[in-house]
Design a protein around this ligand. Sequence first.
Ligand SMILES: Nc1ncnc2c1ncn2[C@@H]1O[C@H](COP(=O)(O)OP(=O)(O)O)[C@@H](O)[C@H]1O
Ligand SMILES: [Mg+2]
Length: 248
Amino acid sequence: MSQITSAVQAAGEGSAFLEVRHLSAGYDSASQVLFDLSFTIRAHQVTTLLGRNGMGKTTTIRCLMGLLRAREGEILLGGRHLEHAPAYVVARCGLGLVPEGRQVFPRLSVEENLLVASRSDFGSHWTLETVYALFPRLLERRLQGSATLSGGEQQMLAIGRALMTNPQLLILDEATEGLAPLIRQQIWKALSALKQQGLSILIVDKNLDALQTFADQHLVLEKGRLVWSGDAQAFMQQRQEVQRYIGL
Ligand SMILES: Nc1ncnc2c1ncn2[C@@H]1O[C@H](COP(=O)(O)OP(=O)(O)O)[C@@H](O)[C@H]1O
Ligand SMILES: [Mg+2]
């Protein structure tokens, strides 16, 4: 068992799982996007990352995934420093990403998309069988080219693909963006089932009603800075203030 697995498994409900300390990042030397971000994601909890468009949510996720190098600060997973780790190392550490825009491999079938992602470093719960049980629609479409799927089906596939890595933390960037209401409901239902199973989740979405019932902790970004954070109760009590930040 790896050092990280044991650290995470030793971590009980609500204990620190991923720690971000004083994170700063940007894309070119002339501009900075993230400023001194610090937050903790707790084991077996759902954490949201909220904010209007362009506030730095995707950039934060890119830093966590090792897709963008932090300029300053630390990213710690189970005590291990990841701020300089390349993306393939981060993926092996148990962070599974459902990226903005889904980005499934269009030339591969549904099943091939799932199989290429398959990893078992952190367990073997997620297989074709368990992913198809979560999303029966993918079973119906298993031999179809992914480019022929609807947006909702592609999102199911993107979630299934991330699960096939048997992640410790599932990160969803715009979980239900652009999807029809019925498909959104199916995605929320699946995510609730994943939460019930104890998976830690970091989620970006604009549907505050769904997030209010689903999430344990909320983080709000404005211009790359953390301007509000709180638990589910604080979110409910201060929702108007949060909505002002988010512009909803
Ligand atoms: N690849 C990129 N190159 C340069 N700037 C970028 C790039 N991606 C995003 N940005 C800028 O970084 C800021 C934050 O963007 P992003 O993290 O995508 O926001 P969000 O996900 O909250 O909508 C924006 O000002 C955006 O224009
Ligand atoms: Mg984004």
